[in-house]
Design a protein around this ligand. Sequence first.
Ligand SMILES: [Zn+2]
Length: 333
Amino acid sequence: MWQVVGHETAVALLDNSLKSGKLSHAYLFVGPPHVGKMTLALNLAQALNCEGDEKPCNACSSCQRIAGLKHADVQVIGINGRAEISIDQIREMERFVTLKPFEGRNRVFIIDGAEHLSPEAANCLLKTLEEPPPNVQLMLLTVNERLLWTTVHSRCQKLELRPLPILVVEQALIKRWEVAPERARVLAKLSSGCLGWAVGAFCDDQVLSERMERLSALLQLASEGRAERFTYAAQLASQFSRNRGAIREVLSLWVGWWRDLLLIKGGCRDFITNIDQETTLYREAGNYHFTGIKGFIESLQQAMEALVQNANPRLVLDVLMLNMPKRKGGLEA
Ligand SMILES: [Zn+2]
């Protein structure tokens, strides 16, 4: 009764380890945003505290409370709008690590966004990662394992969660969330295999309207001059310290858009992601040369990498704006 959709290898490994009593004391779940890392972590927390026969049963009071994040023995630690996970948060966690479980059999700590652990927080966590008390399970979730402290990484067993096949997302939306088939098809494509994004977009219209705003800004920028592009870069860069995830989302959306233009140029229409924007994509594809699109995708990937490496965001985004190709016969960039 594991609730997570797909990720069969990870589920089988955890299930077998659980049944044979050979769970690692600390797991690292690596995967893109909304791919299912938290769902899998909560599922394991349920399995460790389930009162039913087939664990996790997802029906007993313990499973239900864990799903609703209301179980006293399951804690989620995250950045919660701050720049990093602080040593105070980890010290607070360590205080609970030494206590016996309140209501279940195991204490579970989920560190969401483990790449944001401050150096002091990571250092503080090492001892628990090395020698956790009995009945304590740690799970660290990250979108970028390269940003994780090596000392932390080496003490965890890594499980990688990759995007699901689009058809799996589509079927899950129809069967489990009762999404109408045509809408499910579009959302599954737009999700790039990250079911959590598709469910979020189905439940909250804001997700899709924000995406449209970001795409509109991109289209607008393509026909504007340097001054407007630099103004946009400055706005984006100013958000960076507050919300790195939002910048990553914008740049990922851009990569997807320009990749779609490349696919249309190459006659591979069936593989495009932004299927709700097909008409615009065809129109835009005619405005650029193949090499210009390809070059800009590389620039976007370099920019994302540079931001991961903590380069100056304003500088990175300014360079990106300069590299955005000119429309054929369009305005001077
Ligand atoms: Zn249960």
